[in-house]
Design a protein. Structure first.
Length: 83
C-alpha cells in the first residue's frame, strides 16, 4: 500500500515475543493499519518475524479478531489515532 494512504489510517501496534526453541524467545513488532469507522485492516507490517508464523492475518479482517489474538498471546498493544 502506498505511504500516502497509510498516513490517513489509524494504527494498532503490537509488541511481544514468541518461543522459538526451549530457551530462546524472539521479539517482534507488528503494525496493523485500519480504517477509523469500520475498523477493517487494510495493511500490516512486521519487524523481527514474519506475520504468517504468528497467525492467519488477512486484509479486510476485523480489528476485534486481532485484539482477541493479542489478549490470548499476552502481547502488549497500543493505538495511534490519526483522526
Amino acid at each position: 500500500m502506498k505511504l500516502n494512504i497509510r498516513k490517513c489510517l489509524n494504527v494498532l501496534v503490537v509488541e511481544g515475543s514468541v518461543k522459538r526453541f526451549f530457551f530462546f524467545k524472539k521479539t517482534f513488532n507488528a503494525r496493523f493499519y485500519y480504517t477509523p469507522v469500520k475498523k477493517k485492516v487494510l495493511d500490516f507490517k512486521s519487524e523481527g518475524i514474519e506475520l504468517r508464523k504468528l497467525g492467519d492475518f488477512k486484509i479486510g479482517m476485523d480489528l476485534s479478531e486481532i485484539e482477541s489474538w493479542v489478549e490470548k498471546g499476552g502481547h502488549q498493544s497500543y493505538y495511534i489515532h490519526k483522526f
